[in-house]
Design a protein around this ligand. Sequence first.
Ligand code: ATP
Ligand code: MG
Length: 375
Amino acid sequence: MADLDPVFHKHRGVEPVIRARGVCHWFGTSRRTQVLHDVDVALYPGEVVILTGPSGSGKTTLLTLIGALRALEQGQLQVLGRELGGLAAPAAVLLRREIGFIFQHHNLIDALTAGDNVRLAMQLKPGYSAADYRQRPLAVLRDLGLEAYAQAKPGRLSGGQRQRVAIARALVNQPRVVLADEPTAALDEESGRHVVQLLQQLADERGCTVLIVTHDARVIAAANRIVNMVDGRVASDVDIEQREAVCGLLRQCQVFSDSSPSLLADVASHMQPEMFATGQDIVTQGAAGDRFYVLIQGQCDVLQQRGAEITRLARVAPGGFFGELALLHDAPRAATVRAVEPAHALSLAKHHFLRAVSADANLRRHLRQVAVSSG
Ligand SMILES: Nc1ncnc2c1ncn2[C@@H]1O[C@H](COP(=O)(O)OP(=O)(O)OP(=O)(O)O)[C@@H](O)[C@H]1O
Ligand SMILES: [Mg+2]
């Protein structure tokens, strides 16, 4: 079976571009309401990350904190190597220059043409030549299909066109980070797809980190990762490539062979890869059971001790699983499972396992069919 190491450790040794640790936020003065609770998230170069969640779950608040548009109250937040806690105003201005913002309210200047709106953003960043000032805004507008509208003022543009001008403005300085709040909300199917392609290209070709708040399925399809927020907390953080890789492996395992794609995706998004050395115990007889395991590589023995006598009940090969009985019966482990050679397994926490079992009759059937198991 495939080696998961490269997909699970692709960021090894790479510093995140954005890292939040324990970020909390409150609104209000007399009656303070907490809207972010201990948010932990890390975003790496070249990632397109989607932030989803119900209205009021704190997405825009988090985005504005990352963009240094709002003061950090509690926790740690590093963006492009700078710590935002206690960041002085001039330093915040410098940081914002490195970030392309695409917000719901695009705030174009009505008196300026589309081209000049984009050009204005270039003044934030020193070092451009006169030729850059002439050509760059036109090039970015062209990328967004607005070539013909460079001379038009916002009042003459449709909502979607105005939104694309705002996107051009955010991208003209080739930012290392793009923060976008519902960037495709006002766009038709084709322009929406186009904008997503552009953001993806920016990530792929320039290593730009793109964080997008959206419910738009077209955007979600382009994501590398989906972070879901509920009530101000990160409820899930799923790397799509990892999930696909794990799904592929699980499909080859008999126990999941009849599971629906959605159940498989849900299980895969909660599975953790684990490695075990020869002779290492993966589960220990008598211990409390907290995880379910699927073996990916290597071999394991299922060993049961009665008094002084140790019996080998079974050998587990790749594709096999163990650890379910203790979880299903809320009982101690009935046997020890020991790696007899270096082994890779995927493990699933008890509550995720039990949720999958209650949702999937085929999974229950397969678990019942397999007589030999370690518990
Ligand atoms: N300036 C503010 N003052 C007081 N409360 C605020 C302020 N901005 C947001 N809130 C509250 O904070 C919570 C999170 O708001 P936020 O705008 O981050 O949500 P959101 O996930 O972006 O929602 P939506 O999908 O509707 O845009 C909400 O309960 C909101 O009412
Ligand atoms: Mg919002």
